[in-house]
Structure formats: C-alpha cells, structure tokens
Design a binder for this molecule. Sequence first.
Ligand SMILES: C[S@@+](CC[C@H](N)C(=O)[O-])C[C@H]1O[C@@H](n2cnc3c(N)ncnc32)[C@H](O)[C@@H]1O
Length: 515
Amino acid sequence: MAAATGYLTDVSYIPGFYPNMAPVALRYVAALNRVTPPRATGYRYLELGCGLGRSLTTLAAANPQAEFVGVDFNPDHTAAAERDIAAGGLANARVITSDFGHLPADLGTFDFVALHGVFSWVSQQVRDEILAVARGQLAAGGLLLVSYNAMPGWAHLQPIRGILRQYAALRSGDSLQRIRDALAYLVFIRDRHAKYFEDNPRAAAYVDALLKQDVRYLAHEYLNEDWTSFYFADVAGMFGSAGLTFIGSLPVFTNFWDLCVRPEFQELFRTTTNRLVTEAHKDFCANTAFRWDVYARSPRPMPDVADRLRETDDIHFRVARPGTTLPYQANLGVVTSTVQGPLYQALLDVVGGRSLRMSEILADSRLAGTPPADLVRAVDAGVAMGLFDIATSAVREVTADQLQGVSVPHAFNRAVISAESLGGRSLALASPLTGTGHTVGDLDAAILHELIERGVDGLAGRVAGRLTASGRALQRDGKAVTDPAERLTLVETACTAFRSQSLPWLERLGIVDRT
Ligand SMILES: C[S@@+](CC[C@H](N)C(=O)[O-])C[C@H]1O[C@@H](n2cnc3c(N)ncnc32)[C@H](O)[C@@H]1O
C-alpha cells in the first residue's frame, strides 16, 4: 500500500542514528566555513521525516538544553518515537504525525531543520512542501541539513532501482515480500550474466552489498514511486529559491577539497573561488553518490579568528583515539592523507588526554610561533582527518583501573540497551558531554546490560546464555560458531575487551558511571 504521496507506508523503517545530524556537527561546519552558527543552548531543532525518531531522541537525550521536534506522516513511525520519548523521560522532545504540507500553524521557527533520507525519495510536490518549510520555519541565521542520493555516483546504479521497482510492481504481497522477490530476480539475472551486469561490473558487485542490507531499508530505498539522484547544483538551486545559501557539507573532510580530490585535479580548485562550481567538480572527481549539505538562512560571516572564538568557543576538541602517534594515516575515500610534522605533533601534545576549547589551544605557549589563523586551520583539518573529535563540553578524564560496578545514568540509554541488545544491529547511546550519540555493537550492549543488571560475577556465562536464548548468530572469521564451548570462549574474549577498552571510553563520554 502506498500513501497518496507515493511514499510507502505498509512497512516500518529501521531505527538509525546519524552523527551528521547532531547540532554540534552542524554548528562546527558553519564555524569552519566562517559562518556564525545558532547559539549552543536553548535552540529549537526540527527533523522532517524523522522515521522511528532514533536520531531525534538520541540528540534530545544528549542535549537537554534544547528542544527537538520530529515530523513524520507514518503513525507507526511516530508511535515508535513516542515510546522512546516516554521510556527516556525526554521532556525536550516531541513528534508530530503529519505530512510536510500540513504542519501546525503555531509550529514557530527553528534554529536547525534537518532531513535525512527524504529528499531523493519523495515527489517534486513533497519537495516543494519541504522548501516551503525551509522558507517559513528556518530562523534567520538558522542551519538546514539535507541529505540526498547524488550524481554522478548513482549514474551506473540507477538501473538497479529501475529493475527492482518494476519487478516488484508485478508481484503481490506487502512491500517486504515484493522487495524480497525483486532481489531474488536481480540475483537471477546477475548470475546468468545479463548484459547490463556484464557491461557494468560494479553493478554486479553492488548486488552482493544489497543482499547484506535489512529488507525494510531496501523497501524504503527502492520501492517508493519517486527516486531521484540530484546533481549538487540542482539542490543548491532549489534551496536557493527558498532563500537559503549553501555553506558547507558533512562529513567534515568534505569541506577540504584537497582531502576530496586527487592532486592531479587540484589546480582547478586553486584557481576557482566559486564554491558552487568547486562542489560540482568535486563530485565528478570523487564520483560522489551521497551528499549531506548544510544551508543557512541569511548567513552572518565570521571572518576573523576573534569572531570565531566569540561565537563558537563552547566547542571542545579532543584526540579522537587516545594514544594516537604521528605519522597518522587518514583514509578518506578517494584520498589517503598522512598527518605528520611539527605543527601536528605540537597540537597532539597540547590537547593530549584533555578536552580543550579553541581559545585554550591557541593560548598554549608551545604553539606561540604559529599565527592563530593557521592553528585554527590545522585543528579543523585535524578534525577532518579524524585526528580530533568535537564535543559540546569536556569529556571526563578517567583513570585506567578496571571498573567493577557500573551504572547507566540516562533512562534513554537504559531503555535502548534493554530493548536492542542482541538485536543484530549496532545501537547509539547518547552522551550528555559530547552532545551526540555513540555507536556500540549489539553484543557489547548485551554485556553492558548484564553488567548494570547483575554485576561482574559470571558475566560471560550470562551473556552466552542470553545469546543462545536470543538465537543471534555468533561468527568467527565470517563463519558461524555453534560449539557451546567455543561460543563461551568468544563471549569471554568479548567481555574482557569490553571491560578494558569500551567501558573506559563510555565512562569518558558520561554514558556510564562507576558505582
Ligand atoms: C527513509 S525514511 C528516513 C527516516 C529517518 N530520517 C532516518 O534517517 O532514519 C523517510 C521518512 O520520511 C517520511 N515521509 C516521507 N514522505 C513524507 C511526507 N510527505 N510527510 C511526512 N513524512 C514523510 C517516511 O514516513 C519515512 O519515515
């Protein structure tokens, strides 16, 4: 069954958390592109097409100082989000069951509007409704995040969507049954060397990637009536007509063209200052298939370091992986970049095991010889290359001793752990210190659940028992492990690794407390 808009409603989507949606990430993209972001507290955040609401609720749990509103027209989706809001005691979050064209008149304006997994999958009429929300609901100085399937990365794969949808339309049953049938047909023609697959070997390999995906995701990706891959310029034109200006993109490295395109293409970027032109060329040099773009209404420039410190010095920086040494290699898709040299060594030494604001980094005497603007640029490039992480506040400095008793203070995280450990999918826990969510595996979540419920005695045996009862497979080197003794050994190893590595990390993030 499809709703009048052409977007399917007979199958619920899957829960997912996307760190690019975090207000701190959006504020940071604005800052590094010299645009003043909305303030760090008391802001309003609107998510269009929030699905099951897992990004919204995780961000609400991580940012109690702000208000989060989600919109989705599928009542099953908003009901799931409402259950998470109630279980997590999230007084700062709510969802509205509505299409984008009929939002409540008293909704007000928002400092952030975000939509992920929506823009490419709806009709032009629905896109016009989204643009109307962007025009009417985004406050001056506000930021909008839109993700979409991009060209040219999708060019050679578009026919896959065509064949899946056309074959599914011939089948009966709900969308899940029809996508399963369509996938089986796709494999059938791929394995018999249909000429399309012979001429497009990457499409043949792509079929294997599809088979690993959750069928609910595949139904939502491929079975809607509308499905459009956009050139960057098309989307910039649409949001431009709604009065918005493109200011940057996520992940952070995509704001650094030299981290996106190989050296032989870089001359063009050196000689062109028009960002709209360089973005378009970047997508061809990198064969971009998916974009996360950030737009601003009436962006206020922040030309100097002093402006940046005044507006965004609440953002904290820390070394992403404690113990990192140089040279450090960053693999960023098309480009592999090596972080090395005295400036980065000095920055690593200064930040060390702490969380520092940009002003604190700039004030350190060990960096005195370098102009502030160059230091800011180096820190930003360090974030882009994964050397540093950003956060809304300082994370904890923790001691190395192994934790015995632990608790999970936030009701939202306890509810997620209890509902989804051993669910076969990783899950995100909210950190009130970083202002975002952090992913843990579903087995790790089960270990944490057992630890907080019944402590460390007999931990591995209890987790192994739960694993067997849940029916979740356990693998070693890609092969299922069925022998009970071998399974217990694997779980024991997982428990030891979790307690020595993951627990201190979760304590640093304020997700776990010691009792
Ligand atoms: C692919 S899902 C993405 C969900 C979520 N943003 C995520 O990333 O997990 C797209 C969502 O948009 C919602 N949607 C599609 N068209 C809509 C419309 N016209 N009005 C409101 N919601 C809509 C769907 O119900 C679905 O939950």
